[in-house]
Design a protein around this ligand. Structure first.
Ligand SMILES: [Zn+2]
Length: 78
C-alpha cells in the first residue's frame, strides 16, 4: 500500500553524485543528501523552496516536484 516514487537527480553541487529523494517526503520537510559530496536538499512548505546548500536549480526542482505532485493528485490525463 505504497505509492512512493523515489526520484533521482544528478547533484548540481558536485555534478557527480546523485540525490535520491521521495517527493512526498521532500515536500513534508525531509532532507536528502547527495551520496557523493554530502550536499543536502530540503524544502520549506512555503511557496518558495529553501535549499540547505543553495546549489540546486530551483526551477528544475520545482518542475520535477510539480509534475510529480500533479501526477500523484490528479491521475486523470486530459
Ligand atoms: Zn554532490
Amino acid at each position: 500500500m505504497s505509492s512512493d516514487t523515489p526520484t533521482t537527480i544528478k547533484c548540481p553541487g558536485c555534478e557527480d553524485g546523485e540525490i535520491v529523494f521521495d517527493a512526498q517526503l521532500l515536500l513534508a520537510g525531509t532532507r536528502f543528501t547527495c551520496n557523493s559530496c554530502s550536499a543536502s536538499i530540503c524544502l520549506s512548505d512555503n511557496s518558495k523552496s529553501t535549499l540547505a546548500t543553495g546549489l540546486l536549480r530551483l526551477d528544475q526542482m520545482k518542475q520535477n516536484l510539480g509534475s510529480l505532485k500533479t501526477a500523484a493528485s490528479r491521475p486523470k490525463m486530459n
